[in-house]
Design a protein around this ligand. Structure first.
Ligand code: BTN
Length: 269
């Protein structure tokens, strides 16, 4: 199906329960690739039933409607690589990278999280996917210090404030660019996504859905998005889980070089 995506469609809302919910509810009325952005979410959702809390007007919270994707995994890949490309555009020296299953990190701190949801299945095929992202943009260090997880923001990393409307418009452009690439060659998006998962080959701990922690070498990511963890001579496969980083076990100098525009091999530019 051809994509009429030359001009990105953006909907700016002052307040909504969740941009993912809004995108799901209005899915049939909005064009493919529309980005729904809210200044404030009253019931922002995270992965695995968690809440996503963000002070009003400070960070980016938005969701994209995908009408031509097969599943939530590919939607998350697309949104992940598009957001990473935007971060490189805004701040080329920022060593941001993708962290499986679909976060954006700087060093051992979370900058952004993605929640993808398949919203409709017809004749056994997914026909509607929504993918939402929360990016800590202008969150000040004193608020970050109150978060119970290692977190960061663009402001904390760069000492610069970013205009959220410009951020949204630029993200919408990157999304359209990557969506068009995906429709021509979906494998290219997966490859770029995998290449940007810089914890590959590092020692990590994954906490599975039952709360059990497994430590090993993050050996590979399969084409369906599942992670291969090598523990001794065995390979364990994970579809989901929370990856914990031991900051002491990672060579951050090497990671920084790979993550910044200097070391990053740009597949499409
Ligand atoms: C996670 O890291 O757990 C995923 C967080 C996803 C948050 C975003 S904010 C915009 C969109 N709307 C939501 O309710 N959730 C996603």
């Amino acid at each position: 199906m051809p994509l009429a995506l030359a001009v990105p469609e953006i909907i700016f809302l002052d307040e909504v329960d969740s941009t993912n919910t809004y995108a799901r509810t209005h899915f049939d009325d909005l064009p493919d690739g529309t980005l729904v952005v809210a200044k404030n979410q009253t019931a922002g959702r995270g992965r695995r039933g968690r809440v996503w809390v963000s002070p009003p007007g400070v960070n980016f919270t938005g969701s994209v409607l995908f009408k031509q994707l097969e599943d939530g995994f590919h939607a998350g890949c697309l949104l992940g690589v598009a957001t990473l490309a935007l971060l490189r555009e805004l701040s080329p020296e920022l060593p941001a990278y993708l962290k499986w299953p679909n976060d954006i990190y700087v060093h051992d701190r979370k900058l952004a999280g993605i929640l993808s949801e398949s919203t409709r299945i017809e004749h056994g095929k997914i026909t509607a996917v929504v993918s939402g992202i929360g990016v800590n943009v202008n969150l000040p260090p004193e608020i970050i210090a109150q978060i119970d997880q290692p977190a960061t923001s663009l402001f904390a990393e760069t000492d610069q404030k970013f205009n959220l409307e410009i951020f949204s418009k630029k993200l919408a452009k990157q999304l359209i660019r990557y969506y068009i690439i995906y429709l021509k060659n979906s494998g290219a998006i997966f490859r770029e996504w995998k290449e940007s998962n810089l914890l590959l080959n590092e020692v990590i701990t994954i906490v599975d859905s039952g709360g059990v922690a497994h430590t090993g070498i993050f050996q590979d990511i399969r084409e369906d998005g599942s992670m291969e963890l090598a523990v001794g001579d065995s390979i364990f496969l994970f579809q989901c889980g929370d990856v914990k980083i031991d900051p002491k076990s990672v060579d951050w100098q090497k990671m920084n070089l790979k993550a910044t525009s200097k070391g990053y091999s740009k597949t499409f530019t």
